[in-house]
Design a binder for this molecule. Structure first.
Ligand SMILES: Nc1ncnc2c1ncn2[C@@H]1O[C@H](COP(=O)(O)OP(=O)(O)OP(=O)(O)O)[C@@H](O)[C@H]1O
Length: 347
């Protein structure tokens, strides 16, 4: 299954991103949760504003859908600066980055999403630009090529990455502030759902907001998406009000269960428990059994199942925890490991 086709996917396509625009908080006070990052960032921004200089470069790391782009927008907003958005994969050549850098105005915020996917030559150009506000533009080709240094006005890079570990140390070191975003608690997600419902003009009951929050896998993007599906259901089958019944019915239609697992997650757990007696079993065997690509199971279902304590990765393969058996309504074998124990991780 295409990841973005899943209602519980943490990723978003272009259409969804444009739908999300209306739901983004526009300042730090409206940004729910992530208390530590919010406090630290607020200090960095206030100090820079007080000094009248651009703040240090900011690196935001964490899984998709937790608010990195939103925070970048808030940073620009709080600084009263212009935000320029691009991403690692969009920059194919160093020249693409040179063109962006040389068009920046003083104090601009340059948001570089998926910064870990920048090509090496662009990465090296970025080091120089971040450190010395300078870029070397190469003119001509081959032996006749010359490099012309161009100075840039002071600006701030906000880099976002889902894989902070992949960033080379020299790049990581050029960020004066790094904030790591973590999965949200249910009460924070509930606050986001209530706020988003208000923005969408949907009347929502508190227990319905809680129901949506608890099935959203700790991720605001998923919470907002489930809210839109509940709104659809309420408009088509109900009275337009998102009450608990509407929430439960809609999420049943989309096969998202009370712990946030969808059809693929449950298929993986079921295969693990019933076909392989709880494992250990290799990932590719498991993927073939559920009729999916290995990569889909590895990147889409497994991280959530491991995080929730349903599955464990061991050197001999994947195993189901006691919680997995219980969640499927099955009796765990006597030697099943507890949900929290998690086995020994091998990577
Ligand atoms: N703390 C928050 N409070 C309220 N809404 C939030 C919060 N964090 C994220 N959202 C909402 O969740 C959606 C996804 O957020 P965002 O696009 O910022 O995530 P992201 O981490 O940049 O994702 P990606 O890595 O896929 O680019 C947006 O609609 C945003 O408004």
């Amino acid at each position: 299954m295409d990841d973005e086709a899943r209602v519980v996917s943490p990723d978003a396509d272009a259409i969804e991103r444009s739908n999300e625009a209306a739901l983004r908080p526009s300042n730090l006070d409206e940004f729910v949760g992530q208390r530590v990052v919010r406090e630290q960032l607020s200090l960095v921004l206030s100090a820079a504003t007080g000094r009248g200089t651009p703040p240090d470069h900011v690196l935001l790391s964490g899984p998709p859908g937790l608010g990195k782009t939103t925070l970048a927008m808030i940073i620009a907003q709080e600084l009263g600066s212009t935000l320029r958005l691009t991403s690692g994969p969009a920059i194919q050549h160093a020249g693409d980055l040179a063109a962006i850098l040389s068009s920046l105005d003083e104090g601009d915020v340059l948001f570089l999403d998926e910064i870990h996917r920048l090509a090496r030559p662009a990465e090296e150009m970025l080091y120089l630009a971040m450190e010395d506000f300078r870029v070397d533009v190469v003119v001509g080709k081959g032996a006749g090529a010359t490099s012309i240094p161009l100075s840039l006005p002071p600006f701030t890079v906000v880099g976002a990455t889902t894989r902070a570990g992949l960033l080379p140390a020299p790049l990581r070191d050029r960020f004066g502030f790094t904030g790591h975003l973590d999965f949200y608690e249910d009460d924070e997600l509930k606050a986001i759902v209530v706020r988003s419902a208000g923005r969408l003009g949907v009347s929502i009951a508190h227990d319905a907001a809680h129901e949506i929050a608890s099935r959203s896998r700790g991720t605001p993007r998923i919470a907002n998406r489930l809210l839109r599906r509940v709104r659809d259901w309420a408009e088509v089958h109900g009275n337009g009000r998102a009450d608990l019944d509407a929430a439960r019915e809609a999420l049943t239609v989309y096969e998202v269960d009370e712990r946030g697992l969808d059809r693929l997650d449950r298929a993986v757990l079921k295969a693990l428990c019933t076909r392989f007696a709880g494992g250990p079993v290799g990932l590719s065997t498991l993927a073939v059994t559920v009729g999916e690509e290995t990569e889909t199971v590895e990147t889409v279902a497994e991280p959530f199942l491991v995080r929730e304590g349903f599955m464990s990765r061991t050197p001999r393969g994947r195993i189901a925890t006691a919680d997995a058996w219980l969640h499927l309504g099955l009796t765990p074998p006597a030697d099943a490991i507890g949900g929290e124990a998690g086995g020994r991780l091998f990577d």
